[in-house]
Design a protein around this ligand. Sequence first.
Ligand code: TXA
Ligand code: MG
Length: 324
Amino acid sequence: MQIIDFQTDSVNFQSVIARCCTVLENGELLGIPTETVYGLAGDATNGQAVAKIFELKQRPQFNPLIAHVSGLEMAQTLGQFCESAQKLASEFWPGPLTLVVPQLPHSPIHDLVSAGLSTIAMRCPGGPARQLIEAYGKPLAAPSANRSGKVSPSCADHVASEFPANNLLILDGGPCTVGLESTIAKIEQEQIIILRTGSIGINELAAVTSLPVIYASKNAELVAPGMMVSHYAPRAKVIANCKTPPKNGILLGYGPQTGDMELNLSPKGNLHEAASNLYAYLRQLDDAGHDTICIAPIPDEGLGIAINDRIKRAAAPRQNSGGT
Ligand code: TXA
Ligand code: MG
């Protein structure tokens, strides 16, 4: 395990990128920062690297991965972009939007990445992840860098604590600015279907194309294959939408309020702040040994829709497996 904080003056960013490229070329994995959550990245064209991702995460192979690209140009060598998909990519990339498009017949992506589906999910992250992909010249498969079904990592230390026994090189880009996984959208039958909510919401997507935008959750068959009911789960039991915690519970607050509370997702009631704190605070309360984490009600509007989606899954009964 090695964490490289390339933000410090003593570190030469280009040499770090070169070292990361060698790791990827050798079919090994990296922990990388993105604006959403940290990813566990490997060369998406190398079957052995992709198999290592599934193995390390203990992720079932029916659950496909997102291919991370340096931009629309690289994306169009892998998948077919209709006019609306191109518009969405131009508007939101680099950024927290994943687009699911038909895969091109001779795409170099390894079959394991898309789990045998005819479609491929792609996203162009910003910051150092994009610079790495640009330098490497090939797409990276990168699920969130957590063990399957567990809380996603929003800083480099979270990644290290998920895979303590592995000799993983982790690029430390500081805390993730968004803190929730990307919005996943698919264009099908002249409509945009949101498969996973994220910081880019229904109104923002609707503003870019003339197509109607709908939530897949209203139609179970359309949901992303990895959207398991139980997901993002800490060890502790989670109770959502809770104003007064039971005796053995600790309150994770939101907004200005009084009462016995250890942490508050956003004392000011700012949804962006709450999203960026959610995973770190769940981990913190878990590590402190609390049996039950009770999360205060979060307004179900804008970014609150994605936050509530994650909280609902963290609170769901744990018998499911196969999360991301
Ligand atoms: O923000 C993110 O998207 C992060 C960062 C690291 O980029 N990645 C991430 O990956 O959240 P992961 O593997 O944890 O979640 C990917 C989701 C899964 O629910 C998977 O089922 C879905 O994307 N997915 C992948 N390929 C798909 C496809 N072809 N069709 C529908 N859903 C797909
Ligand atoms: Mg995940």
